[in-house]
Design a protein around this ligand. Structure first.
Ligand code: ZN
Length: 244
């Protein structure tokens, strides 16, 4: 792979990492209509937010925070046992209008740049494919980015991230908010095993709905409704089976 051209524009918004390994790569959208406005915001000391990299819609890559520093992109978040995702992750902000802008498509040039950048980052850190995550995965209910239009399947085909072909949507038994019992416990246990921050209570509560929706937003994008239908559960099982 040829080295990616990266422009540098340092953001003041970063701090010390803890001494945990950097083993998560977290992808975001900016959720703003204008690239330059979003980039300026990430470099504004008043914003108190940043990411290590920014990817323009035309594929231009900007480095904002050195990888050995803790950028401020994840906020309140949880994955596996970690509740300080910023300390152990690299964050990439991808310029896209997001849900506020009606979920515009990600241009090809931008996705190609994201794939190349992610490939370089996972080569520099012990980040396994199943820890290349969406902001919505680590902050379910609070964050929706990079959204259900983000082409995770295309990234995986290029060797970035963990993805399986989602099971087709079909009729059958499903679980939703208000349900409880052993099947809900099993569902929560599978989601937690994958890494989602969910308690195994046996009650399909608001948190469970948010986590199921986050899972769908990443892995079963054609319907994101927080209902654990057969396709959602099958897809989750297949992903778990495919874990190293
Ligand atoms: Zn985000």
């Amino acid at each position: 792979m040829s080295a990616l051209q990266v422009e540098e524009r340092l953001s003041p918004n970063h701090g010390e990492r803890t001494d945990e390994p950097v083993d998560i790569l977290l992808l975001h959208y900016t959720g703003m209509p204008d690239d330059v406005q979003a980039l300026n915001w990430l470099c504004d000391p008043k914003a108190q937010v940043s990411a290590h990299y920014f990817v323009h819609q035309d594929g231009g890559v900007v480095a904002l925070v050195p990888e050995d520093r803790r950028a401020w992109h994840a906020g309140e978040s949880r994955w596996g046992t970690s509740r300080d995702v910023n300390s152990r992750s690299i964050g990439i902000e991808i310029a896209n209008g997001g849900h506020p802008g009606g979920l515009p498509e990600y241009p090809d040039a931008q996705i190609e740049a994201v794939i190349a950048l992610c490939g370089e980052i996972v080569g520099r850190h012990p980040i396994p494919p199943h820890r290349v995550l969406a902001h919505s995965d680590v902050s379910p209910g609070r964050k929706l980015d990079p959204g259900e239009r983000f082409p995770w399947g295309r990234l995986a085909a290029a060797g970035v991230g963990h993805f399986v072909e989602p099971a087709p949507i079909a009729d059958g038994r499903f679980f939703q908010k208000g349900d409880d019992g052993a099947p809900i416990e099993a569902l929560q246990a599978m989601l937690a095993l994958y890494g989602y921050g969910i308690d195994i209570s046996g009650a399909f509560d608001q948190r469970t709905e948010d986590v199921v929706a986050a899972f769908q937003r990443h892995f079963r994008q054609s319907r994101v409704d927080g209902v654990a239908d057969r396709s959602t559960i099958e897809t989750l099982k297949t992903l778990l089976d495919a874990l190293p």
